[in-house]
Design a protein around this ligand. Structure first.
Ligand SMILES: Cc1ncc(COP(=O)(O)O)c(C=O)c1O
Length: 401
């Protein structure tokens, strides 16, 4: 069987290309920040180049914004059967900015200083988001069960009581869970009952594997559409977070009216190249994306095999979505912490689970959007470090880097 083109990418090439993931820890293999090693769709590159070639380096032309709004609405309809008016799509520079906007403007109206509720472990920067606005945050730990991750419903009800802004990341970084329609409806009922609101971060929604289906939160009921603000972006699936374009989807008319007064400056943050790249990704990138998902699907399963072989003490359940693996390393003694241990002893750069809030310690997050031989090399090195062996050069030719 001939090798997949992604398998042929080498660490030297990746480091030479100079991405953050491959240059921050120069002596280590990069499995930390959420970037993929596979470039992006050809149509995206062409659109970005055309934007520059046409000299569109001034402020965002209205047409570029309109195209992005239309393309986003078309994408959401085609991919998730979510029908919206393109005017509901608002440009921003990033999903992180969308959360800031939600905290500032879209908290429950009766409680503008409401706490942020996070289902943890959570995407690391969201842990500190509330405090930047002088707001409290409440962490509700997800439960790991034999059949997957579950919400602790009584804890969620308690956290939302009095009204809160629930941050619902679906698919859930870092645990890779894709919420079911039943779960989303149950969340919506709790949110309604408590007068809360939802910030639905669906940036990973295109990256879902067979066996799970992404359901946009705002589609589960009219009430959910009215009490939520959604953020999407082409940035994770098409690997272009540096181009600075995300989309806020406003499904509540009062929110839209408010945003028309306060949204001008944040909307200014979307970059022309990002707008054009997003339009191209949504309109022309499906074939490329599906081939990436198929590669990632193979890798998430391969990871289970090689972890079983080289790191048998580590527990791993392949994620339903995202390219992030959440590894339970709690059976190992890894001092001073798991990510520090693997960085120093295995030269593999990971994210410490403890930076993801409650329920995160004893875990590391590993980004498997990397060539499979490199992924094999990472796990081989980690296993060797745990065994205390000095064979981190991956003598197994399958894992030669
Ligand atoms: C769940 C989630 N939300 C937000 C972000 C950040 O997105 P942005 O770069 O658009 O702020 C990430 C990045 O990995 C993420 O995983």
């Amino acid at each position: 069987m001939s090798a997949h083109p992604f398998d042929l990418l080498t660490v030297d090439q990746l480091r030479h290309n100079g991405s953050l993931k491959w240059t921050e820890y120069r002596d280590s293999l990069g499995a930390w920040v959420a970037e993929m090693d596979f470039g992006t769709a050809p149509g995206v590159i062409a659109a970005a180049q055309e934007t520059l070639a046409n000299g569109l380096i001034g402020y965002a032309p209205t047409q570029l914004v309109h195209d992005m709004q239309q393309a986003t609405a078309g994408w959401l309809d085609n991919r998730f059967a979510w029908k919206i008016d393109p005017e509901q799509v608002r440009p921003l520079n990033s999903v992180a900015t969308a959360l800031d906007a939600a905290i500032m403007h879209f908290s429950p109206r009766h409680r503008p200083d409401a706490p942020l509720v996070l289902l943890t472990p959570a995407y690391m920067p969201f842990i500190a988001a509330a405090s930047r606005f002088g707001r409290d945050s409440i962490q509700v730990s997800m439960l790991a069960t034999d059949t997957g991750w579950e919400i602790e419903w009584s804890a969620l009800r308690q956290a939302l009581s009095g009204g809160a802004l629930l941050v619902l990341v679906n698919p859930h970084n870092p645990i890779g869970k894709v919420y079911t329609g039943t779960e989303l409806l149950r969340i919506a009922a709790l949110v309604e009952a408590t007068g809360s609101r939802v910030f639905a971060d669906e940036v990973h929604s295109p990256l879902v594997f067979d066996g799970a289906t992404h359901i946009p939160y705002a589609t589960v009921s009219p009430a959910a559409a009215a009490h939520s603000i959604t953020a999407v972006a082409a940035t994770k699936a098409f690997n272009l977070p540096g181009l600075k374009c995300a989309q806020l989807i406003l499904t509540n008319n009062l929110d839209r009216a408010l945003w028309s007064k306060v949204g001008e400056i944040p909307e200014h943050g979307a970059a022309n190249v990002g707008l054009a790249a997003t339009t191209a990704a949504y309109r022309t990138g499906t074939g490329w994306l599906d081939s990436v998902i198929s590669y990632l699907d193979g890798s998430r399963m391969l990871l289970a095999e090689i972890i079983g072989e080289h790191l048998p003490q580590v527990r791993y359940t392949p994620p339903q979505g995202t390219y992030l693996a959440w590894l339970d390393v709690s059976r190992l003694v890894l001092e001073p912490g798991p990510a520090q241990f693997f960085l120093k002893e295995a030269q593999v750069a990971l994210i410490n689970g403890s930076s993801c809030g409650s329920g995160g310690s004893g875990y590391v997050r590993l980004n498997f959007a990397t060539p499979r031989p490199v992924l094999g090399g990472m796990i081989h090195r980690m296993g060797a470090a745990v065994d205390g062996c000095d064979n981190k050069d991956a003598s197994d030719p399958e894992f030669a880097l």
